[in-house]
Design a protein around this ligand. Structure first.
Ligand code: GTP
Ligand code: MG
Length: 319
């Protein structure tokens, strides 16, 4: 309740938004100024019943409140210099990624079941806590778990594997189970508050797509599904940029047996980032505990693929 009141306060900071409009926005899932700023007026109008001209004004006010404006090239350079990297635990994989998983961006790991997506998410949640000279950011992680596959036991093991205290490491990972796509999006809206107040440098969404696929199945729901997913990705991107955090998402896809000789990265489902900014990494099973990683359409990263291993202690280079 107190939470609800505070949110209404936030939204009513916007000119033209009174308590009842704020209420409508919140009920439709636009729970923060950021959520309003990245929405389209059409979307807001359709979801809340607020008239389109009023929605246009509200979105404009939200964008102004967040200072969405032109930047100089110099500012862009300075932002780029703020980008930091988190080691994956494998030198090979770090090199493929240009030094590790970057802050201020979304990195998508996609691949079939067992390809190592969840293991990488666990490893990064541990590694972000390492000191900077060991490839971390001495910071905490948020783990949004949509499939219930997070395992604290595995975190303990990985913490030992990098020489950190397992209890401390577990203390610094905020885990939450997202029960449906709506909840998943609401969690991200809430994160604007948490990330601002706490030293969080990694946000994991494992997996980003499963709820959306289950709730919006088939071709007839594709447009709706994509629209919601895009809004979700937008929100994540805003978090990454405003607070200089790394966002890591996973996406299960099926390998295509029919294109044996074709491009294996053209898996069924494909990656979700589309042409949104970010890094897409395709993962593939290889012999035993080995996995192959390939970065897909990233002009700023070297072409090619690499091999890493999922060991007892976590993600490493193969022996
Ligand atoms: P889906 O979520 O089903 O799409 O798969 P995923 O890509 O998330 O696969 P995940 O990261 O869960 O990788 C599973 C693989 O990691 C297993 O096949 C195991 O080989 C390995 N693995 C998982 N847990 C452990 C562990 O505790 N010890 C070791 N040595 N390997 C593990
Ligand atoms: Mg998984």
């Amino acid at each position: 309740m107190a939470d609800e009141k505070r949110r209404i306060q936030d939204l009513t900071d916007l000119p033209g938004v009174g308590p009842s409009t704020a209420q409508k926005l919140i009920e439709a899932g636009f729970t923060s100024i950021e959520a309003v700023a990245v929405a389209t007026p059409q979307e807001i109008s359709a979801a809340t019943g607020i008239s389109l001209p009023a929605a246009v004004k509200i979105v404009k006010a939200a964008r102004e409140a967040l200072d969405i404006r032109f930047k100089t090239a110099r500012e862009l350079k300075e932002e780029r210099l703020k980008v930091r990297k988190i080691t994956t635990g494998s030198k090979n994989l770090d090199e493929l990624l240009g030094g590790g998983v970057e802050t201020r961006t979304i990195t998508e790991f996609y691949g079939e079941y067992g390809s190592g997506k969840t293991q990488i998410c666990h490893q990064l949640s541990v590694n972000v806590q390492l000191p900077e000279d060991k490839g971390g950011l001495a910071a905490k992680a948020v783990y949004i778990d949509t499939e219930g596959t997070f395992r604290w036991e595995r975190i303990e093991q990985m913490a030992r594997g990098v020489g950190l205290d397992p209890d401390e490491v577990m203390e610094n990972i905020y885990w939450i189970r997202a029960i449906n796509s709506h909840h998943q999006m609401a969690i991200v809206d809430e994160l604007f508050d948490l990330v601002k107040k706490d030293n969080i440098k990694l946000i994991v969404v494992d997996s980003v797509t499963s709820h959306f696929r289950a709730e919006f199945p088939g071709r007839e729901n594709l447009a709706m599904r994509q629209q919601l997913l895009n809004r979700h990705l937008h929100q994540l991107m805003r978090l990454a940029e405003i607070y200089n955090v790394a966002v890591v998402i996973t996406n299960q896809v099926m390998a295509r047996p029919d294109v044996f000789y074709g491009d294996p990265t053209q898996a069924v489902g494909g990656h979700v980032l589309g042409h949104a900014p970010g890094v897409r990494v395709y993962l593939k099973k290889s012999r035993g505990n080995r996995r192959i990683a390939r970065v897909v359409d990233a002009p700023h990263l070297p072409e090619g693929e690499t091999v890493f291993a999922i060991t007892e202690w976590g993600i490493r280079d193969p022996e």
